[in-house]
Each structure stands twice: as C-alpha cells, then as structure tokens.
Design a protein around this ligand. Structure first.
Ligand SMILES: Nc1nc2c(c(=O)[nH]1)N[C@H]1C(S)=C(S)[C@@H](COP(=O)(O)OP(=O)(O)OC[C@H]3O[C@@H](n4cnc5c(=O)[nH]c(N)nc54)[C@H](O)[C@@H]3O)O[C@H]1N2
Ligand SMILES: Nc1nc2c(c(=O)[nH]1)N[C@H]1C(S)=C(S)[C@@H](COP(=O)(O)OP(=O)(O)OC[C@H]3O[C@@H](n4cnc5c(=O)[nH]c(N)nc54)[C@H](O)[C@@H]3O)O[C@H]1N2
Ligand SMILES: [Mo]
Length: 804
C-alpha cells in the first residue's frame, strides 16, 4: 500500500477492483464504510461476480476475468480525451513532459526490441532522449510528438468505450458512469483510492494491470494524497514481511536486488544497482545503495565481512534465472532439484496445475515440511481416491515432518498491508512436540555447520562465515532477530561535522545513519527505526489521531521511517502548499517540511529546488512511461489470458497473448481451447475459510463443509443444473467435482460478439482437515504466469461444466 487502511476513510471515491475486501479483509473493510458515512464516498466494484463488496457498493460493473487492462486503459483514454486530469500535478510530478527516444515504438502488439527466439525484449530503446549532460529532454508545452503524454494518448486511443464493452463485456453506461466518478477526483480537493489484490495479480499481465491503475492515480493527482494511492490488500498476515525481507528468489532484504552471476565483483553489482540521476538536482535515494548493502553484509557475516573480501560478496548466492514457483515445479519434474524444505507453505494446494506439482514432488529425493498442521503437501504421496490418485509404490520421496508452532504461539512482529510492523505476543505455548520456527531453523543451522566442520563439502564459506551470536544459538529469540533487522553501530559513528552520532553497540535510529565502511549493520534497511535506543517501536499502541486524518503515528511503526503515506511530498503543490487545505499532510513552512506525517523528502530541501517528489526514482517523477523497468513494455497493453474464449485478440490478432509470459514448453502443451472448454473460470476465497488451513478447525469446517462452484443461471439452465446438484468442472489439466451454487450474481457476458459464461471456483478444500474430502481446485489451473512477477494465472482460464 502507498497509503494505509485507516486512510481509506479520507477517500471521496473507492474503486475496488481485483479484490473483494468485504470477504477477504472484513476487518479492514470497515474503513470503506467509514469513507461512505463520513465523506459520502462513492464505492465502485468492478468484478466478474457481484460479490460481498459489491453488495454495499454504489456502482457495480461486471468485467470478464482477464480483461482488466482494457477497462483501465479505457479509463485513461476517457480522462485524456476529456482532459480530466490534474494538469499541474501531471506536469510537475510525472514524466508526462519527458521526451522518449526515437528508437521506441509499438506495432502489431509488440514493443520495439522483441526477440522471438528468446521470447524476451531488448529494452534498450525504452528510454528518454538525453541532452549533452546525460539528462532527459523535456517539453512542458506537451507539443513534442514523442513526449510521454502524447505517446500515451496515442497508445490509449484504441481503448474506446466500444472496445471496453467488446472485450470486457461491461455495459457502456456502467463503464462511463465509473469514468465520470473517477474523473471528479482530478480536482485537487477530491481523491480516489484503489483497492486491489489477486483479481489483478493472478494474470499473465497482472503487473501491467496494477501499473495501469497507478497511472490513472498519477493522472488524477491521487498519489501521495490522503484518501488516494494504490493499495494492495496483502494476503497472509505476513506476506508483506515476506517481500520486505527479500524472500523472493532474486531479492535481498529491503528491496535490494540479489546479484546475478554476471556481476563478478561488488563494484559490478553496485554499479548496476545504483542508478544515476536522470534529471538535475534529484534526491535519487537509491544512490545510497552501497550503505544499505554493506550494512546488510555486516549483518549477515559480522567480523568476517571486511573491505578486503568485498564484505563477503562472494558468499552470496548469485542468480542465473528466477526460481519462482513455476520454475521450481519445472525443475523438480525434470529431476534438477533433489530436496525441498517447505516451511509454512502448502505447495500442493497452492501451486498451479496440481497434477504437475504432484509429479514434481514425486521426483524429489527428500522433502522437509515445517508446519503445525498435516498438509496435503506432506501427504502428497498418499492415495485418496479420485482426490489424489497416486501410487505410493512409484514414489521414493522421503518426507520429514517437523511440527512447528503457529504464529499465535510466538512473540514477534507482523508486517501488514499498511507497512506497519506490529509486535504481537504469544497467546499459548506450542502443543506436544511442536517447536518455534526459530528453534527449528537454529538447530538445523547448527547441525549443518557441524557437519561441514567434520566432513567438509562444497562451498562451506557462506555457512561458516555466517554471524550467529544469539544468546542461545539453537533458539534465536524474536527480540534479538528484530533488533538485528533494525541494525546497530559496530563502531562509534560520526556525522559529517565530526560529531559523535552513535556509540559502538547502539541501535540505529534510522537508515540515514547507515554507512558503507563497515561501521554499521542492518538486516533490512527499511526496518531501521523499528527498534531504536528508545526500544521496540513496533510494540507501541497509542491510537491517538489528532488530525482526524488517520495518521496514527503512535500506533506500531510503519516502514520507512514511520511514514504513513508514501510520496507524501506530492500532497503539496510545486510551492509546497497542500493541494487540499482540508487534507494537509505535509507543507513547506519556508524553512522545512512539516506536518502530520513524516515527510517523504529531505526536511530542508526547498520546493524551489524542484527536486521531484518520487525520490526513489532517478528522475524524481511518477512514471507514466515505465522506461525499462517492466519485462513486457513501458506502457500497459492488453493481452488475452493464455487460455482465452476468443479466437484472437481483436487489438492485434497476430499477438493475442503476452509475448513474454512465463511459459514452459510442456505447460504450453497443457493449454486447452475454447471449442472444448468454453467457460471462463476464476478462483477466489471466502470469509469462512482461510486458504487451505482453517479447514482443520471444526467450526470453520462446519460453516463451509465442502467444495462448491458458482454457476450463472443461464448456463445452469442450459446444462440442466439445479442448485445443490453435483457437477464436474474440467480443464485441459484435470477435473474437480463440486456442489453447484446457481446464481444471478454471475452474469453471462457478451464478448466480441459471443456469449461467455464465468464459473466461480472458491479454493479451500482438499483431502486433509475436518471438511469433507474434496479435490484441490488447482487441479484445474494452468502453469503459466506473469512476465514480471511470475505469478500464476489462477484467475482467467478455460473450463467446461457438466452434471456429475
Ligand atoms: N477469509 C479469508 N480471507 C483471506 C484469505 C482467505 O483464504 N480467506 N486469503 C488471504 C490471502 S493469502 C490473500 S492473497 C487475500 C486475497 O484477497 P482478494 O484478492 O480480495 O481475494 P480473492 O477472493 O482471491 O479475489 C478477489 C476478487 O477478485 C475477483 N476476480 C477474479 N478474477 C478477476 C479478474 O480477472 N478481474 C477482476 N477485476 N476481478 C477478478 C473475484 O471474483 C473476487 O471477488 O485474501 C486474504 N484474506
Ligand atoms: N487457484 C488458486 N491458487 C492460489 C490462490 C488463488 O487465489 N487461487 N492464491 C494464492 C495465494 S495469494 C497464496 S498466498 C497461496 C497460499 O498458499 P499457502 O501459503 O500454501 O496457503 P496456506 O493454506 O495458508 O498455507 C500456509 C501454511 O502455513 C502453516 N502455518 C501457519 N502458521 C505457521 C507458523 O507460524 N509456522 C509455520 N512453519 N507454518 C505455519 C499453516 O498450517 C499452513 O499449512 O496460494 C496461492 N494459490
Ligand atoms: Mo495470498
């Protein structure tokens, strides 16, 4: 989230699209209701289903699963055609006026630089035209044909209201009504918030869907504003922490990139990872990358990391490719992975194409499952009739189960969607033989290191050099780990004037104190400030809100720097005055930036200096043109889901699907055709169950005892299916059987002249737990994914439905 849950109450318009917070975030959803009651906010839901959020919305419009870029680019086209953008904001704070290099182009569904052989873009032409100083050229009159705004106008012009209706199935009037509502927030004193989650991320163009929404917010001047922003409603209580701490295969903590194998030295890495300012006078905060990185290495390797050994650079793994979930399943299936350590993850239930996941696990030599519950993953080798049709005699994988505690049985911090780190306290001791995760990992680490000591082995250094100075090395405490994430001074640290800033051993106050000379350590630079010399900031529980704008700065702690709204410099105009006098977040008082939030800008940098508000970008600007940051294009483009009900994408029939989507050859062979599988299926969750684990709790199991699927009334009538009938839903990869819920909440849509039905498949049941045994919904889904995030296309694939 750029903003936070409480801030939703400040919105005038709430767009809920690709998420269903009334169902999946029922507690946070109260802020949507606050916006309605306090501000008379208009709540808009755009979803294939008339869902629980829609039931309290002012406007609802259906959309075909997988067509959201068309809808959102249609909104951009509307805003540009009607000149309903916040002009001064767009001119000063976005890259609308910058000139794009001549080499950039877009034709027949492909951007310049495409290589059909590698299925990748060479992104060299997706850049600005530079002047003699290496700075981007700009044209504030917007008359240059290749300024970003004009290129965007041309690109978006194909997304007419007619195209939206044709591809999304959204009625024209509903679409235009939504455009008009959003357009009202181009006024400086009105804002819209965007709430999204998996309905956007689970697509082969998911990252671009989210980008399109962010671009709308930039055009409307809604980023950085109270009641604005682009807000991901994160899933598991700590999935925000997961990305913050760099658990993705090409990341390090604090959104630093993991070096690739092409970066042989630390200097190579730092050169690639540290951007140069592309406009004069910019803050370009990533220029501090070396301080974050060296402090991270000191946190990993302690005294063993020195300037002479590049702070242990050689001990870090270097990536050759992404090891996302689809790549892992593929590699396991090919026999390229021997063992898997699976902690707090029900892979068999969660991965796309369950049968492939099962084949993949069957090729492992061993698997370690660390989980409080008995998961389908741990028992993937057991036959459960149709639900898990395997022959254990054919599976040699050795499975070790290590029972762990669950999050409610330990102290620690949880990072929520608002970027808040909230400390929590154990409610109970883990039962039986279950151990805290930290204790399991601590013991594993010590024993592995001992084995290396005794027997040697390949590349022992990363393990041997690891700093492990916890008071009980076999059981690092949550407090110690949290303090380590914040970081501390390893020597006395002085400021530029020679004044003592930190004494050796002292906790850091903020990431501004980090050094590149080995005198500081921090396990996650964005968490610096969470455990300061004043103590554990995450444990704070003061909910005072003096401004009434929800800036509860005494409640827990938000990264970065306890800032509640990111890019809040953009809430004030070029002179530093709030765009909206009723929503003053921070302002320039002639000397410094001040206000109710922690300024996202150097405190004494005067507005006259004209450094842009987006300080993490080398040009300081919000990017309508993404330069080379996205794998699939600097502007969003609609591509059909890999399984599409259409013969071809009418925008460019030669290039129907994303040319760079994550796709392995064997998975491509598993894709079905509309002739056999005419319905669009989408998967989602329900309030009564959480993913695949609360089905172990009896009360939840009673509330939703078995798999059901939602089917529109027209389709049901055609197939002779009545409510409560058993139905079989099949894709090219397999089938599930379920109870039918026949509903008018799922409408038949008319897409490119043909009727298309949507089948709704909640995914929570399986063959473990207290619910009735059932199929895993992912038996149906294709193993294909987004080119940027590699997130699977769980929402928008083809099935057929018949009476079982
Ligand atoms: N009770 C409960 N709460 C949960 C969870 C749970 O399992 N149970 N799961 C948690 C997790 S891990 C996550 S990530 C979040 C997920 O939170 P959400 O993303 O809100 O949950 P979903 O139900 O997956 O999907 C949201 C909506 O997207 C719609 N949708 C499907 N396809 C499309 C599409 O192509 N376009 C658009 N516009 N909409 C589409 C669905 O109909 C659904 O209404 O919820 C978290 N909260
Ligand atoms: N078709 C389809 N597939 C999907 C989705 C979808 O919408 N549609 N959603 C996707 C999304 S958003 C997500 S997040 C994934 C979810 O995939 P998973 O993360 O596999 O889902 P969960 O069932 O929540 O599994 C979490 C496991 O963690 C265990 N656990 C709980 N607390 C602790 C703890 O403290 N320590 C340890 N070690 N374990 C603990 C639980 O017992 C549970 O087994 O599924 C993805 N798959
Ligand atoms: Mo999730």
């Amino acid at each position: 989230m750029t903003n936070n849950w409480n801030d939703i109450k400040n919105a005038n318009v709430v767009l809920i699209m690709g998420g269903n917070p009334a169902e999946a975030h029922p507690v946070g959803f109260k802020w949507v209701i606050e916006a309605k009651t306090r501000n008379n906010a208009q709540v808009i839901v755009v979803d294939p289903r008339f869902n629980r959020s829609a039931s309290v919305a002012d406007l609802y419009a259906p959309v075909r699963a997988g067509s959201d870029v068309v809808f959102l680019m249609g909104v951009i086209n509307y805003l540009l055609q009607h000149n309903q953008i916040q002009q001064p904001y767009v001119r000063a704070f976005t890259n609308a006026a910058l000139i794009v290099s001549e080499g950039y182009g877009f034709e027949e569904g492909l951007f310049s630089g495409y290589d059909a052989e590698t299925r990748q873009y060479d992104r060299a032409s997706w850049r600005y035209e530079l002047d003699e100083n290496g700075h981007a050229r700009r044209d504030d009159s917007f008359s240059h044909p290749r300024c970003v705004l004009n290129l965007l106008k041309a690109h978006a012009s194909r997304y007419t209201p007619e195209m939206v209706t044709r591809l999304c199935g959204t009625p024209r009037e509903a679409f235009l009504a939504i455009c008009r509502q959003l357009a009202t927030t181009s006024a400086p004193d009105r804002t819209a918030t965007v709430l999204y989650a998996l309905g956007w991320t689970h697509h082969t163009n998911g990252s671009q869907i989210i980008r399109t929404a962010a671009m709308i917010q930039l055009l409307l001047g809604n980023i950085g504003m109270p009641g604005g922003g682009i807000n991901a409603l994160r899933g598991h209580s700590n999935v925000q922490g997961y990305t913050d701490l760099g658990l993705l295969s090409q990341s390090l903590p604090g959104y630093l990139p993991l070096p690739s194998e092409k970066m042989a030295t630390l200097a190579d890495y730092l050169q690639k990872a540290t951007p140069a300012a592309s406009l004069p006078g910019q803050v370009n905060y990533w220029q501090n990358t070396d301080k974050f990185f060296v402090s991270l290495m000191k946190s990993f390797y302690g005294d063993a990391a020195t300037a002479d050994n590049q702070w242990g650079y050689d001990w870090l793994p270097k990536w050759d490719k992404s090891y996302d979930c689809m790549a892992q399943a593929e590699m396991m299936e090919q026999g390229e992975i021997n063992g898997a350590l699976i902690q707090g993850f029900n892979l068999l239930a969660a991965f796309p194409d369950k049968n492939k996941a099962c084949r993949a696990l069957s090729r492992l030599k061993y698997m370690v499952v660390i989980d409080p519950l008995s998961t389908e993953t741990a028992s993937f080798w057991q036959p459960h009739g149709e639900f898990n049709d395997v022959d254990p005699a054919q599976i040699a994988t050795e499975v070790f189960r290590l029972p762990s505690s669950c999050f409610a049985e330990e102290d620690g911090s949880v990072a929520n969607s608002s970027r808040w780190l909230q400390w929590h306290w154990a409610a109970a001791e883990p039962p039986g033989e279950a151990l805290h995760d930290g204790k399991i990992l601590g013991n594993l680490f010590l024993r592995l290191r001992e084995l290396y000591r005794q027997e040697g082995g390949v590349a022992p250094e990363p393990l041997m050099a690891m700093r492990w100075d916890y008071s009980n090395p076999a059981d690092p405490s949550p407090e110690e780990v949290a303090q380590e994430s914040n970081g501390r001074a390893l020597q006395d640290v002085y400021d530029a004037s020679g004044k003592l800033l930190l004494k050796k051993g002292q906790q850091l106050n903020s990431f501004a104190e980090l050094r590149n000379d080995g005198s500081t350590a921090s396990g996650c630079w964005i968490y610096a400030g969470s455990w300061t010399p004043q103590g554990n900031q995450m444990a704070r529980r003061d909910n005072a809100d003096p401004s009434g704008l929800g800036a509860v700065s005494g409640w827990a702690w938000a990264w970065p720097a306890n800032r509640r709204i990111l890019y809040n410099r953009a809430s004030a105009d070029e002179q530093g005055k709030a765009w909206d006098p009723n929503r003053r977040l921070i302002e320039w008082d002639g000397q410094r930036w001040q206000g109710i939030d922690v300024p996202d800008y150097p405190l004494t940098l005067a507005p006259q200096q004209q450094a842009g508000p987006f300080i993490m970008q080398p040009d300081g600007l919000g990017h309508l043109f993404a330069l080379d940051k996205m794998a699939d294009g600097p502007f969003p483009e609609h591509y059909e889901p890999m399984e599409s009900p259409l013969k071809a994408n009418p925008l460019h029939p030669q290039q129907s699907h994303s040319p760079v989507a994550r796709l392995f050859a064997r998975d491509a062979a598993q894709l079905g055709e509309a002739a056999e599988y005419p319905c669009v299926a989408t998967t989602y969750s329900i309030t009564e169950l959480f993913r695949h684990w609360t089905k172990h709790a009896l009360l939840n199991a009673i509330a939703q005892p078995e798999q059901f699927v939602e089917i529109g009334a027209e389709l049901a009538a055609e197939k002779g299916i009545k409510a409560g009938d058993s139905v079989k839903v099949s894709s090219h990869r397999g089938y599930i059987k379920a109870k039918a819920v026949v509903t008018r909440r799922l409408q038949r849509l008319h897409i490119d002249g043909k009727p298309v039905d949507t089948v709704g498949i909640p995914c929570h049941w399986g063959f473990e737990g207290a619910t009735r045994k059932g199929f895993l919904a992912n038996t149906l889904t294709p193993s294909v994914g987004d080119a940027n995030s590699q997130t699977p296309e769980y929402k928008g694939f083809l099935v057929k439905v018949e009476k079982a």
